[in-house]
Each structure stands twice: as C-alpha cells, then as structure tokens.
Design a protein around this ligand. Structure first.
Ligand code: GDP
Ligand code: IMO
Ligand code: MG
Length: 426
C-alpha cells in the first residue's frame, strides 16, 4: 500500500520533518509532484537540512527514495543538493531512483518564469521562479523534455529546439536580467553528472515494490490550497498537490492508496500572493512570524501569518480523503494568552463553512472562536496526557469539528520533538 503525507494549507506545514520521522516505518519514500519550488526542512541533531527535489526519506539508511514521474527536475539544483548532502557525509545515492518520465526544467524555463512574472506587475503570483509553471506548461503542450531523453542521441537538438521556442515566447515580454549562457553551461555539466545515477520507470518500480509487500510513503510538496485545480486559482502552483496527484505522479491505482496523513500548522501561513482569509496584518501576525521563524525555506521571503482556518481545513480534508491529521508548530503558540480559529465565513449570502468559488476578488470574512492559551513551554512534552488541559481540550474540539483524528502533534523542529496519539497507524 501507499500511504500519503501532504500539506493541507498553503505549503510549509512541516512535511519534511514529519516524513523524516515516519520514514523509519517505510521501505520507500517517493515525491510525486512539484519540483525545487519545495523546501523541506529537517534536523538531524543540530544540523539543518533543506531538501528541494530529493525525498525526505534519505536520512533513514534502509529507505529507498524515488523522485517520481510527476516531479519536475532542475539538474543544476539536484546536483547542488547532492553535493551539499555528500559534504555532510550523508550516503544516499545508492538508494536514490529517478523516474525517466519526470520532466526537465531548462534554464530557459526559469527565464520564461521570470519574464512572465515580471510582466504581471502587481498581479504577480509570487512564484519561486524555479521554472515550475513553464515546465508543466510544456508537459501539457506535449513538447517538454524528460529525464530519460538525456540518453537519446538527438537530445541536444531537442534541447535547442525547445530553447528556441522559449526565447521566441520570451520576446513577447519585457526582458529581465538572466545569464542564460552561464546557467546553460552549469545545467549541461549537471546533466552529464546525473547520467550516472539510477533511472527507473517509476510505475513499474513502485508497483513491483507494493507487490513485494513493501511499505511506500508518498511525500507531498506545496499544499492543497496551492493545487492547480482546487487551490486559490490563479494563485497556485502548476501541479496536483492533492492525493489524486499521487496516482498520476507515481503510476499507482487509487485502490493502492492507504492512509492519507494531512498536515497542518497550529496556525496558518502563506508565501507569495493570493487570498488568505485569516491573515493577520498587525502585531499578532508579526509575533507569530517571529516566534515561528516564518521565512521561506526556498526563497527566504517572509511568510504571511494568520490563524488556523477550519472551513479551509475541512475542504482540504474532503478533497484529499484524509484519514489522520498531524498538527505542527504548536509550541509557537506557547506564549499567547489567547489563540483563535476561524470556524466559519461570513458572506453576502450568510454564514457558511464552505469556500466560495472566487476567493480572489471576494475573500471571505472569517468568524472566529477564541481559546484560552496554555502558557507553557511544550517543547519537552512527549505524552498527550502531559499537555496542559487547555491544549488537550483544544485538540479534542478540533477533532470533533474536522471529524478526523490527530495522530501526531509536533512541538519543535527536532526529529523526536513530537507527541504520538494512540490513533497513530502510520
Ligand atoms: P515543509 O515545506 O512542509 O517541509 O516545511 P518547511 O520546512 O518549509 O517549514 C517548516 C518549518 O518549521 C521548518 O523550519 C521546520 O524545521 C519547522 N518545524 C517543523 N515542525 C515544527 C514544530 O513542531 N515546531 C517548531 N518550532 N518548528 C517546526
Ligand atoms: P513546500 O513543499 C510554500 C508558492 C509560491 C507561489 C506559488 C506558485 O516547501 O511546502 P511556483 O514556484 O510553484 O510557481 O509558485 O506557490 N509555493 C510554495 N509556498 N511552500 C512551497 O513548497 C511552495 N511551492 C510553491 O510562493 O505563491
Ligand atoms: Mg517548505
């Protein structure tokens, strides 16, 4: 079976840390979508690692790691990640497998991303500028290049043709600074290095593993509210970040999906533009950002902060078929006298707990419920029974509202800084 762990908000929920923890119970961890727009942080002792393309299972020495066909790969970034990990003494290349059907991010995709974002002006998406949108666009337009294509004798010709198309498209936009030639050199050198790695047909590889009784964990990137179909369009990423993306991105059938573990912060963040109903613009938002160190793991940009949004979570639990929940960064709220949660939205048509079609021009107004803060340092707590009663009651109430149990509550960035609940099945 394939269990899934994915973000229920706008990304950065703490997926890297939880996948690293859970990976000990799996044989294989696989990324199924997204690309180096992701930044998954985890700590081994005091050492911090941020992974962009490589799955967060690599730190568990018995775990195989797959970059699935739904992922888009920038060879330059992948090589830099490999180098960084190797310098830290992490041995993982013999356990890393790359899908031949994964699409390649060309330097000219990044150039296109940059010119197109710049042309949007104030309406920009706030893209990470890693070339994600243009690469998925080429995939759907049936003109992209795939990882396995690097072994074709006419790869260079195909590359030149696609690059020429990009340059022609880019000429319709005002230009931006971009060292295409320099980037291209590093990119080609990286392709040469990657040729030595292990390439697979991820559909056969994963299905054979399942048949052999191996346990697979699919690692989501971004968050469900950034999904191309179900997120806050057009302020989204260009892939299916939700459970259905696992089937497309790895080549497995829906009935092979087991547990779906949905992860949420105890509050909410968003990086980049787009609607965010519970965003806090004043002092409280700043306090959360400071306490939570809410700055992008990929771009360093300050993350927008706000309260947890229960209608939003109900929606993403529904579209993902979430069977258990993880709440991270609960410790960040340790010093608050009072915390809030949006329980509904106030709209022109009355109170609702459903997300409206158009959140962009008509962002719904949240209805809040306040909870007494616990005012206790949680970072050392390891048992649910040792949580202050305010937090125990709060979690119980969230479970009732969301109709889904919390299996893990995370109280710090460290691998072991978490509280397991009896419901944990993963
Ligand atoms: P991801 O993209 O979902 O993997 O999340 P990011 O790595 O972008 O951002 C999550 C940040 O929160 C990272 O800096 C983690 O080290 C940190 N983190 C994860 N869980 C916890 C937690 O429970 N408490 C605290 N204080 N930090 C956490
Ligand atoms: P992880 O996996 C948070 C956001 C960008 C932008 C929008 C589109 O670390 O949770 P893109 O580069 O995909 O064209 O950007 O999506 N975004 C993320 N926000 N976490 C991420 O990944 C993100 N990946 C993309 O900020 O608003
Ligand atoms: Mg992140």
């Amino acid at each position: 079976m394939v269990d899934v762990l994915l973000g229920l908000q706008w990304g950065d929920e703490g997926k890297g840390k939880i996948v690293d923890y859970l990976a000990a119970k799996y044989d294989l961890v696989a990324r199924f979508q997204g690309g180096p727009n992701a930044g998954h942080t985890l700590y081994l002792g005091k050492k911090k690692y941020v992974l962009h393309t490589i799955p967060s299972g690599i730190f568990r020495t018995n775990v195989q790691n797959v970059i699935g066909n739904g992922v888009v790969i920038d060879p330059t970034i992948l090589c830099a990640e490999i180098d960084q990990l190797s310098t830290s003494g992490i041995e993982f290349l013999s356990r890393l497998y790359i899908a031949k059907k994964a699409h390649l991010i060309l330097p000219s995709h990044r150039f296109l991303d940059a010119v197109m974002e710049a042309a949007k002006g104030a309406g920009k998406i706030g893209s990470t500028l890693k070339g994600i949108g243009p690469t998925y666009t080429d995939k759907v337009a049936r003109q992209g290049l795939r990882m396995g294509d690097v072994f074709l004798s006419d790869f260079q010709d195909r590359y030149n043709k696609l690059k020429a198309t990009h340059l022609q498209m880019a000429s319709a936009y005002p230009s931006v600074d971009f060292d295409l030639e320099g980037e291209e050199k590093t990119w080609m050198a990286s392709i040469e290095r990657l040729r030595k790695l292990q390439f697979i047909d991820s559909a056969y590889f994963i299905n054979h593993a399942i048949k052999a009784g191996k346990k697979v964990l699919a690692e989501g990137a971004q968050g469900s509210m950034l999904d191309i179909d179900y997120g806050t369009y057009p302020f989204v990423t260009s892939s299916n970040t939700i459970t259905s993306g696992v089937c497309n991105g790895l080549g497995i059938a829906p009935q092979k999906i087991g547990e779906v573990i949905g992860i949420t912060k105890a509050y909410c963040t968003r990086v980049g533009s787009g609607p965010f109903p519970t965003e806090l613009h004043g002092e409280t938002g700043e306090e959360i950002r400071k306490a939570g160190g809410e700055f992008g793991a990929t771009t360093g940009r300050p993350r927008r902060c706000g309260w947890i949004d229960l209608p939003q979570l109900k929606y993403t639990i529904m579209i993902n078929g979430v069977t258990q929940l993880v709440m991270t960064k609960v410790d960040i709220l340790d010093n608050f006298d009072e915390i809030s949660a949006a329980t509904a939205y106030e709209t022109e048509k009355g109170i609702t707990d459903e997300l409206p079609f158009d959140m962009v021009t008509n962002c719904p107004k949240p209805v809040y419920k306040s909870y007494k803060g616990w005012k206790k340092d949680l970072t050392g707590v390891r048992n649910f029974g040792d949580f202050p009663s305010e937090l125990q009651d709060y979690v119980q109430e969230m479970e009732d509202i969301l109709e889904t149990p919390f299996s893990i509550i995370s109280v710090g960035p460290g691998r072991e800084q978490l509280v397991l609940r009896p419901t944990t099945t993963a």
